[in-house]
Design a binder for this molecule. Structure first.
Ligand SMILES: *Cc1c(COP(=O)(O)O)cnc(C)c1O
Length: 398
């Protein structure tokens, strides 16, 4: 917090991301927390090292660059503590290991990010933990799936490929009395538009690689826990030896300064393009929770304060040659994984093979887009031209 912050009124997120997590007095007045590289910390005396009386003791256990990020995320997510991981997947796996033991059962949303599925099916299975996948739209119906050994439920809302919104309060209502931990991947909305801890989750995870970084130049993850789970998460994190590079923390800290601006700009552009696509003759469905026709729009409106840069749409069925004709020649939309950067991306996705608890109902081709900071008219033209090429190859008239 800056020196002049003398009034103690709670600050709004746009102020938190710009002002908090820095301490110019401690760094010769320079406004940003510098990159503090280091493993060894020198102690002044035996008494100091014996009592662990220094603020920092060893590189793996954190440094000022990390703390700047931890403080901002904890405050934004209304949590007790935040830990930093070298990737989003590492944040997820560390959080899962924190709450699960041999013999436990995990309920995982069917929409979860694919590498998490592999961690559950291979690594957790090897540790004697079962994973069962559930329909993300299940809500209170999750009660029927609970077993005496169910210890955790993981949510991702909305799913980052198909954008189902989960009824977190309904899930929490049946899980909390049974002491089942609820984990939430909140990468899409960011803490500016959604705070899962306020809706019953215990642990919130971010792929900082995406919106926090904002510039497609760093891999990062964060784990924010409530009072109840902060201690066990920290214990697990330390025992696993997880830590991050201070350069990466610095880039995330810098990304956070413009998070509110980027979320707003990219989110609004994405919604405008989603509305335009919804009326396009080639589009069967647009998967964007802020559109009134979205199946879980009511839950979205109740729990979220805004929408992100990422959504998908389903084109009328056509062969792979039509998909290729569309995406190969885009002039602005790059083809690639990840999202949340300043640049627009396009990704054709096959969903059916990534589901086990639910059946993907659409036959058309799913195209996921990340909307960046380019001019919206240029983006719309690029998409429109791409869809013309798709229509031409599939013999659709548009
Ligand atoms: C990308 C992503 C992850 C994984 O993050 P990495 O930094 O790539 O490991 C997790 N969850 C969501 C929703 C993501 O989009």
């Amino acid at each position: 917090m800056s020196k002049n912050d003398t009034n103690s009124a709670p600050k709004k997120p746009a102020t938190i991301v710009t002002h908090h997590g820095r301490n110019p007095e401690k760094q010769f007045g320079f406004v940003n927390t510098p990159i503090v590289r280091g493993s060894t910390v020198i102690f002044d005396s035996y008494d100091q090292i014996k009592g662990n009386k220094r603020e920092y003791a060893y590189g793996r256990h954190g440094n000022p660059t990390d703390d700047a990020v931890r403080h901002v995320i904890t405050e934004l997510e209304h949590g007790a503590d935040t830990l930093l991981a070298p990737s989003g997947v590492s944040a997820i796996t560390t959080a899962l290991m924190s709450v699960l033991s041999a013999g436990d059962d995990l309920l995982m949303c069917d929409t979860v990010y694919e590498p998490t599925r592999q961690f559950c099916d291979i690594i957790l299975a090897k540790m004697g933990i079962t994973t069962r996948y559930y329909d993300p739209t299940i809500g209170a119906g999750i009660e029927a799936l609970l077993q005496p050994n169910t210890r955790a439920v993981m949510t991702e809302s909305p799913g980052s490929l198909t954008f189902e919104v989960q009824d977190l309060p309904a899930i929490a209502k049946v899980c909390a009395p049974r002491d089942i931990a609820i984990l939430a991947d909140n990468s899409w909305a960011s803490p500016l538009y959604y705070n899962p801890l306020d809706h019953g989750a215990n642990i919130v995870i971010h792929a900082g690689t995406k919106m926090f970084a904002g510039h497609s130049d760093v891999m990062f993850g964060t784990i924010t826990a409530d009072e109840k789970y902060a201690k066990v998460v920290k214990q697990t994190y330390r025992a696993l030896g997880v830590c991050v590079s201070p350069e990466d923390s610095f880039l995330i800290g810098r990304g956070l300064r413009t998070l509110e601006l980027r979320m707003r700009e990219q989110g609004q552009k994405a919604l405008k393009l989603a509305k335009w696509l919804a009326d396009h003759p080639l589009v069967e469905t647009v998967l964007h929770p802020a559109l009134p026709q979205h199946s879980q729009h009511d839950i979205f409106k109740r729990d979220f304060k805004g929408s992100g840069s990422l959504f998908a749409f389903i084109l009328k069925p056509a062969g792979e040659d039509a998909i290729a004709a569309m995406v190969d020649e885009m002039s602005l939309f790059g083809m690639g994984y990840s999202w949340g950067g300043y640049e627009s991306l396009i990704l054709p996705v096959k969903i059916a093979s990534q589901r086990s608890a639910t059946q993907w109902p659409h036959a058309g081709n799913l195209i996921r887009v990340n909307i960046g900071l380019e001019d919206i008219d240029d983006l719309q033209t690029d998409l429109a031209e791409g869809m013309k090429r798709y229509a031409q190859l599939a013999n659709f008239k548009i």
